[in-house]
Design a protein around this ligand. Structure first.
Ligand SMILES: *Cc1c(COP(=O)(O)O)cnc(C)c1O
Length: 469
C-alpha cells in the first residue's frame, strides 16, 4: 500500500517510510492512497477474539508485508502484554446502551499507550533493519509525552525530545515524563502553550537542513501508525456489541483529532457507524468549525482536561482531505490561510460531508465536574475529566435506545486527582506505578518559545546524525 500527502506535493511512501518520516515534506500528513475494506463477515468474526489477533487483521492491510509477519505479530503481542487488563481495552456498561470503552490500562494510564507501544517497536525495528538512528521530537499536551517516553526509553537507536507547555500539565503527567532517567530522553518545558510546542515541532520538520542532519521523526498523531493502531478498538468494541448487524455511535474526547479520526477511518473501512461525536471542552475550535464552516484560532484557556486544551487540531487536516474529494491543492489553500491569518473557511460541500459523519458538542468546566460527580454518586466509579467531557457530550446529544453509544475513556482518574477530588470530594486511589513517581528525581529544561534556541538544545544533546552508517 502507498501513502500520499494531504497537500498533494510529497513523494508517495510505503508503510516503513511513512512511520519513520512522520510529517510529509510538503507540510502535509500521510494517508493511505485508498481505504482497505473489512467485510461484514470478518467484522462479525472479531467478536470475542483476543485483542492482539484483531489488531493484526485490522492493521495488516496498511503494513502490507513491509514488516515480516512473524515480527509484526510479535511486536503486537509485546505491546499489548504491557497492558494490565486481559481485555486490553475493556468495555463497561454505564446505563442501558451507554458504554465506556476504557483505553487507559497501559503503562502510563492514558490511551496514548495503545498506539505508542506499537509505534515505538515498529520504529525501532525499521531503524535496526536499516542500521541507522533517528531523533524523535514530540509535542505533548500532557499524555503523549509520558507514553512516548515509556515506549522509547533506553532504545539504542533513538533520542527523544519532548516539548510540553511549562506549568500547563498535571504533576503526575509531568513526573511521568521527567523521571524516566534514561539518557536518550530529553524533556523541554516550553514557555508557551501546547499549540506553541506543536508549531515548533512542525517548524523543525519544515527546516530541511535540521530535519536531515538529525533524521527527525515524529510520533504525534501526524504519524500514520498512531491512527492505524487506534482504528482497532473501534472494531473490537463495536463487534462485541453486535456490529456489523447493529450500528454504533461513538463519542470521543477530542484534542488533536487523532482518536476520532481513527473512528472515521474504521467507518471508511466498512464498520457501520451511526454518528461520531466530537466532544471538546471550552477550547472548542472544532465545534465552531463543524457548526459554522469557519475554522478560527482563538486563545487557549487552561481547563481540567489539559490534553484537550488545543486550538490547532493537526489531524483534522486528514478529514479535510477526504471532505474536499482528496484534492491536495484545496487542503494546501486552507492551510496557507490558517498560517497567514489564523483561520480558513470550509466550503459548503466539504462541510456537509463532515456534518454527515460527525456531531460536535462542547462541554464547559461546570458541566464536566457535574458529570464526574453524578457518575460517582450513582455508580461509585470515578472518571477522569477527559472522559467526563465525552460522557457529558454523549448525554447532551440524546440517544436512541436502538443504538449503543460508546464513550471513549482516555485517561485513568488517578492521573487527574485534583480534578477528581474537586468533583467528587474523594481522592482517587493512586496505582503504585504512579505514586512511585513522587519520589524520583525530575529532569527537564525550561526553554523560551523560540525555534533557534530549541534547535540549539537538540543539536547539543542529540547523538544521531547522518554520519552514522
Ligand atoms: C490525547 C488525549 C485526548 C485527545 O486525543 P486526540 O487524539 O488528540 O484528539 C483526550 N484525552 C486524553 C486523556 C488524551 O491524552
Amino acid at each position: 500500500m502507498k501513502f500520499i500527502s494531504t497537500r498533494g506535493n510529497a513523494p508517495e511512501l510505503d508503510f516503513q517510510d511513512v512511520i519513520i518520516t512522520g510529517l510529509a515534506n510538503d507540510g502535509g500528513l500521510y494517508v493511505p492512497e485508498a481505504w482497505p475494506r473489512i467485510g461484514p463477515e470478518r467484522i462479525r468474526s472479531f467478536a470475542g477474539r483476543p485483542y492482539c489477533d484483531v489488531a493484526y487483521e485490522v492493521m495488516a492491510p496498511f503494513v502490507d508485508g513491509t514488516i515480516d509477519d512473524v515480527v509484526f505479530k510479535d511486536i503486537l503481542a509485546q505491546s499489548y502484554a504491557s497492558f494490565n487488563h486481559p481485555a486490553v481495552v475493556p468495555l463497561r456498561e454505564m446505563r442501558p446502551n451507554e458504554w465506556i470503552l476504557e483505553l487507559f490500562h497501559g503503562p502510563t494510564f492514558a490511551f496514548k499507550d495503545v498506539a505508542l507501544q506499537v509505534l515505538a517497536r515498529l520504529i525501532d525495528h525499521v531503524l535496526e533493519k536499516r542500521n541507522t538512528h533517528a531523533t524523535i521530537v514530540v509535542a505533548t499536551s500532557g499524555d503523549t509525552g509520558g507514553a512516548a517516553i515509556e515506549a522509547f526509553k533506553g532504545r539504542n537507536r533513538i533520542d527523544i525530545f519532548v516539548l510540553h507547555p511549562h506549568d500547563r500539565v498535571s504533576e503526575v503527567q509531568r513526573r511521568q515524563m521527567t523521571t524516566a532517567g534514561a539518557d536518550n530522553i530529553h524533556n523541554i518545558a516550553l514557555e508557551g502553550t501546547f499549540d506553541d510546542c506543536q508549531q515548533l515541532v512542525k517548524a523543525m520538520f519544515n527546516h530541511p537542513a535540521f530535519r536531515q542532519a538529525h533524521q527527525l521523526s515524529g510520533v504525534n498523531s501526524i504519524n500514520w501508525a498512531r491512527i492505524m493502531a487506534q482504528i482497532v478498538y473501534y472494531f473490537t468494541s463495536a463487534s462485541s456489541l453486535g456490529a456489523p448487524d447493529r450500528k454504533m455511535r461513538f463519542c470521543v474526547p477530542t484534542g488533536n483529532f487523532g482518536d476520532i479520526y481513527a473512528g472515521f477511518a474504521a467507518a471508511k473501512m466498512g464498520l457501520p457507524i451511526d454518528r461520531l461525536t466530537i466532544a471538546t471542552n471550552i477550547n472548542d475550535i472544532l465545534v465552531r468549525a463543524v457548526k459554522t464552516g469557519r475554522y478560527e484560532v482563538l486563545g487557549v484557556t487552561p481547563t481540567a482536561s489539559p490534553s484537550m486544551d488545543i486550538q490547532v487540531s493537526s489531524t483534522f487536516e486528514r478529514l479535510l482531505f477526504d471532505a474536499v474529494g482528496r484534492e491536495g491543492a484545496s487542503v494546501l489553500h486552507m492551510m496557507n490561510s490558517l498560517n497567514q491569518s489564523g483561520s480558513f473557511t470550509i466550503n459548503p460541500d466539504a462541510l456537509s460531508y463532515i456534518a454527515n459523519n460527525f456531531d460536535a458538542i462542547r462541554t464547559d468546566e461546570d458541566e464536566t465536574l457535574k458529570t464526574m460527580h453524578e457518575v460517582y454518586v450513582t455508580s461509585g466509579e470515578m472518571i477522569d475529566p477527559h472522559t467526563a467531557v465525552a460522557l457529558a457530550g454523549a448525554r447532551a446529544g440524546g440517544h436512541s435506545d436502538a443504538i449503543p453509544n460508546i464513550i471513549l475513556s482516555t485517561a485513568h482518574p488517578a492521573k487527574f486527582p485534583d480534578a477528581v477530588e474537586k468533583a467528587t470530594g474523594a481522592r482517587p486511589l493512586m496505582p503504585a506505578q504512579l505514586s512511585a513517581l513522587l519520589d524520583l528525581e525530575e529532569h527537564f529544561s525550561v526553554l523560551p518559545n523560540d525555534l533557534e534556541t530549541v534547535e540549539g538544545f537538540i543539536e547539543a544533546n542529540a547523538r544521531s546524525t547522518t554520519s552514522h552508517d
